[in-house]
Design a protein around this ligand. Sequence first.
Ligand SMILES: CC(C)(COP(=O)(O)OP(=O)(O)OC[C@H]1O[C@@H](n2cnc3c(N)ncnc32)[C@H](O)[C@@H]1OP(=O)(O)O)[C@@H](O)C(=O)NCCC(=O)NCCS
Length: 335
Amino acid sequence: MIESPYLKQLMNKAAENVKTIVLPESEDNRILDAAHYIAEAKTANLVILGQKEVVADYYRAKGWTLDGIEVINPETSDKLQSYADMFYELRKDKGITKEDALKQMHNYNYFGTMMVKTGDADGMVSGANHSTADTVRPALQIIKSAKKGRAVSSCVLEVVNGKPFIFSDCAIVINPTAEELADIAVDSAQSAMNFGLTPKVAMLSYSTKGSGKGEGVDKVVEAVRLANEQLKLPEYKNFDIKIDGELQVDAALDAVVAAKKAPGSEVAGKANVLIFPDIEAGNIAYKLVQRLAGAEAYGPILQGLNAPINDLSRGALVEDIVGMIAITAIQAARK
Ligand SMILES: CC(C)(COP(=O)(O)OP(=O)(O)OC[C@H]1O[C@@H](n2cnc3c(N)ncnc32)[C@H](O)[C@@H]1OP(=O)(O)O)[C@@H](O)C(=O)NCCC(=O)NCCS
């Protein structure tokens, strides 16, 4: 069933360090199918939130076993109250009551996120049936940014003719400031390294090295400066990350165009990480490449959180979900 060589590679990488990933959406057969392929390949251990009999019936009908899969019903779980108590402690300064906290734990995305918070799971994948906001909000409230004050963002791992690229931010930070765009570039470079890439990060615009003018160009130019400043910090000393811009996408990807428009750039013509000036450009671009070029698209993958929680596109296919579970396990192993 799993055909993509790149996806098999991701699954093998995840299997090197088996992690436990929670899947809150047992009502969706795509989730149950993906869980089977992951468990069968021993890519990760899984916790599915839902009713055990319903999941077991589905698997029995398919001729599959539940080996490597635990089914937990949050409604009857003895963890429900302790998760609610912990959530109350985390959020009481925001005005939440104990009753509200318990009510929230009946929402499986909140229950699953508390599993990750407490270490009962290493990561979570949701969003096949929920909006990005509903999947991501519990993560932002409970798991929080790894670095205080730094925006959590996202990237998509897009595989075009077998070649992987990182696209960012396609899903979270709607209209980033220059500072946020710089953070997105640096965090995307780290995501690229998680997937074995040596990051060459292009900060995209409608202008290449001053060819066009406008506020948007100024923002990207400033973001390039700030991102390169960050790379001087000791924590990035041992990494081979190159960030350049502002670049048009043809100059970023095509060596011939790059030689004309951005000669001497260490990124132009060789970019494998594409940073878009805002979420509109990023979201449209990744879906265009997926639909028109037939690329595999895994994501949005959240970056900058304390523990991996990832969102699915509601149009995700079973293979996409398998990929996201493997990616989440790889992120958990890197933590
Ligand atoms: C990510 C997103 C859902 C957060 O918005 P929201 O749910 O309204 O969040 P709120 O503003 O209520 O913030 C909730 C908490 O998350 C924090 N937060 C919000 N965005 C954050 C970010 N990017 N990084 C870190 N923390 C963030 C807030 O500070 C707040 O924390 P607090 O409650 O502890 O004070 C919002 O940015 C969004 O809708 N983005 C676009 C999603 C989308 O439609 N994507 C396209 C489809 S893939």
